[in-house]
Design a protein around this ligand. Sequence first.
Ligand code: TXA
Ligand code: MG
Length: 317
Amino acid sequence: MATIGTDIQKAVDELNLGHLVAIPTETVYGLAGNAFNELAVAKIFAVKKRPSFDPLIVHLPSADYLDNVVSKIPEVAKKLSTHFWPGPLTLVLPRKTQIPDLVTSGLPNVAVRVPNHPLTLELLRTLSFPLACPSANPFGYVSPTTAQHVEAQLGEDIPYILDGGTCQVGIESTILGFDGDQPILYRPGGIPIGDIENLVGRVAIKTTGSNPVAPGMLKNHYAPNKTLKIGNISELLKKYGHEQVGVLSFEHHYDELSDPRQIQLSPKGDLTEAAQNLFASLRKLDAMDIRYIFAELVPETGLGAAINDRLKRAAGG
Ligand code: TXA
Ligand code: MG
């Protein structure tokens, strides 16, 4: 069992020893280790059972730190970092050699972001190194949004979980790469693409394919163990019946199904609230004595695009 607490010094001590600590961010909890220490980075892959071809995001204390890990910053990336950091935006930029190959899976670029959580920002400012930090879930499973989610799955393998409460955004960061000054979307996430386009103009989309640039783009990812089917919930209930079924809806309540087996992401139809509740709701349904989870897509606007992306991947593409 991991210790769960709010002791930043304890987290610092563990990380200085090359150990892993789970940390809160505004998006999801991360599994953090010294990004400059190959042994610590190797532990991250081992604990998550993550394939070595799936690179890690490096978490920085501030945009000023970028020069230590990145060799070139396009103007547009500078603008984005100034505007959205700290916040749920990850930028993929040419790396410096201080970043071990293992972190980037040998790629010439490194993914970086400044997370927006007071405990983790204080932790990052105290440390003398940045943190390699993927979501703190076993590879392929739903991301954790509470310290208890982390404890349930990785508690045996890590000494400490820094408890920052429930993640406010609830869905992982938006990932952008660059072709010269042209931003390219690799993964929709906590910053809606419209907000990015308002600042820097058109963003190119590159989020699927058989050989994805970002494995979070793999078609089967963020997935519960139960079979997840996406569609019109009333029709799914008609087709498959109500036995062994749980429902994940956006705002609507399906009266034909009993309450404990259905979760509304946001009864008032708010996408921000829906994103906050998405992963915890999938975990709740996954723990029920059911076989199927029926879910419906949400409106594609704002955070809706990221929510729908995760739902589709959780259903296996
Ligand atoms: O919100 C988040 O981004 C959370 C919190 C903990 O910060 N982290 C997170 O990390 O979602 P992870 O490892 O679960 O997902 C990171 C994604 C992966 O799909 C990975 O392939 C992609 O980022 N990625 C990392 N480095 C990359 C690189 N150099 N080039 C392209 N994609 C990269
Ligand atoms: Mg992940």
